[in-house]
Write a protein that binds this ligand. Structure first.
Ligand code: NAP
Length: 425
């Protein structure tokens, strides 16, 4: 039997697509014992100036040049978005082609349908590049002999870069977002980075791989980092924490907790120490075995590398299937979660303010662990930030208390709350 040869078609030649083409060029037609050829690259705009050199007969704007080309057996989708990426992926699978995609938004919204089609057509579906913080753990998630019970990660390079740089430089979020964009870390629409949606897409995909079913994005609580300031980072530091955008999922019997939000993480946890574009994931299975992975959360070459790893799996004849579907589980409502909370309020600088806030907390069964009250020099409005750390409390109680605190005459701006995650580790 002759050695395997992959004939590859790529949709998209942007940040990731050009990285893939560059890495393939370096491989000089060899992927381990298999060989490959790059047959077609389909883009949107044929006249666009590109840094990468490709012979004119490879570049096309006609999707049929890949989809209807019988010799192409492997398709890489790095366009992004849902339309037309979804149609290209499903059509390629329908025609019996292996597919690799970096598109977490697509997988989070159509993952069940796409995996079903891949299984029906016995095609490889490579999703490593959809979450490069986890790409070496994909098979641990799908093939683990014991079920995954906990998954905690930092899944967005742009947000982690912004939070790290805020700590180092005190620069505001919009300036740091521009920096992240110039380095190719941010999504085409960076709003999805900042509002937590990109992290949530990745959580839905990893849970889909683990649980055997993809549940709707809207069923999980998602909050981004737009309201986190360098001031919060300084206060968190004084309390012994770093602020990170976390994806959290925990399963206890048939109850699943899944959420994405900024969190105070104890400074000594390795996730807290991940800096810049670096992302990471910790998983624990039902027998208590913990493993983790750290990798850049974005960028041309890390993402392209994850795609090459999927190509090698195809060359080796491997398959990636979802875990066997877990029969049934219920999503825990956000109102029922229990954690510690960091609360920042701006209060009129006069005696008795703390007692008023403590009273509201007392009425809602919340006790305060520590308080920082700052004397800010040259304040125009006579307001001081008051930061409180609570003991473990229920989310619904803290939300009710917040509404009451907001209405106190001594409180002048909307209170800001960040969950403190210690128990999840
Ligand atoms: N950037 C990262 O660090 C990163 C990391 C992990 C995953 N991802 C994912 O990878 C995917 C691609 O991201 P990217 O950053 O490489 O995007 P990008 O730089 O915006 O590139 C998109 C590419 O798709 C092409 N395209 C757009 N619409 C098309 C259409 N209708 N038909 C054919 N080609 C079309 C564009 O063509 P033109 O060049 O002609 O405009 C461009 O080459 C996304 O799903 C993203 O979420 C990105």
């Amino acid at each position: 039997m002759g050695k395997k040869k992959l004939r590859i078609g790529i949709f998209g030649l942007g940040t990731v697509g050009s990285g893939v083409v560059e890495l393939l060029k370096r491989k000089e037609g060899k992927l381990g014992s298999a060989s490959f050829s790059l047959e077609k690259v389909v883009v949107k705009n044929l006249t666009k100036k590109r840094d990468i050199n490709l012979s004119p007969e490879i570049l096309s704007i006609n999707p049929e040049d890949i989809l209807c080309n019988l010799s192409i057996d492997t398709v890489i989708e790095v366009i992004g978005g849902i339309y037309p990426a979804r149609a290209f992926v499903l059509q390629a699978l329908e025609k019996g082609k292996n597919v690799i995609t970096a598109n977490k938004a697509l997988l989070a919204t159509s993952g069940s349908e796409i995996f079903k089609k891949a299984a029906e057509k016995n095609c490889y579906l490579g999703v490593r590049a959809s979450n490069i913080a986890a790409y070496r753990l994909i098979e641990s998630l799908t093939n683990s002999p014991s079920r995954i019970e906990k998954l905690v990660g930092i899944f967005n390079g742009t947000c982690n870069y912004i939070l790290t740089e805020m700590e180092k430089t005190g620069k505001p979020l919009p300036d740091l977002l521009k920096e992240a964009q110039s380095m190719g870390y941010a999504e085409a629409d960076p709003a999805d980075d900042i509002n937590g949606k990109d992290t949530a897409h990745k959580l839905v995909v990893l849970l889909g791989l683990t649980l055997g079913c993809f549940f709707p994005l809207k069923s999980i609580h998602v909050e981004g980092i737009a309201n986190v300031s360098s001031e919060d980072i300084v206060f968190a530091h004084e309390l012994g924490y770093k602020i990170k955008l976390l994806a959290i999922a925990r399963r206890k019997e048939d109850i699943l907790e899944a959420r994405v939000h900024p969190a105070l993480v104890p400074q000594d946890r390795w996730l807290a120490r991940l800096a810049g574009v670096e992302n990471g994931l910790e998983i624990r299975d039902e027998i208590g075995l913990e493993i983790g992975m750290q990798a850049p959360g974005a960028g041309k070459y890390p993402t392209a590398t994850a795609i090459i790893e999927d190509l090698i799996c195809i060359a080796q004849g491997r398959k990636l299937f979802l875990s066997e579907r877990i029969p049934s589980f219920n999503l825990k409502p956000m109102s029922e979660i229990e954690t510690k909370y960091y609360l920042k309020v701006y209060a009129v600088d006069k005696a008795g303010v703390l007692a008023k806030i403590a009273n509201v907390f007392g009425d809602h069964d919340i006790s305060i662990e520590s308080v920082i009250q700052k004397k800010i020099e040259s304040k125009k409005d006579n307001l001081v930030p008051v930061i409180m750390l609570t003991h473990r409390s229920r989310e619904d109680n803290i939300q009710k208390a917040l509404r009451k605190i907001k209405d106190l005459p001594v409180i002048k701006k909307n209170p800001f709350l960040i969950r403190v995650e210690e128990g999840i580790f």
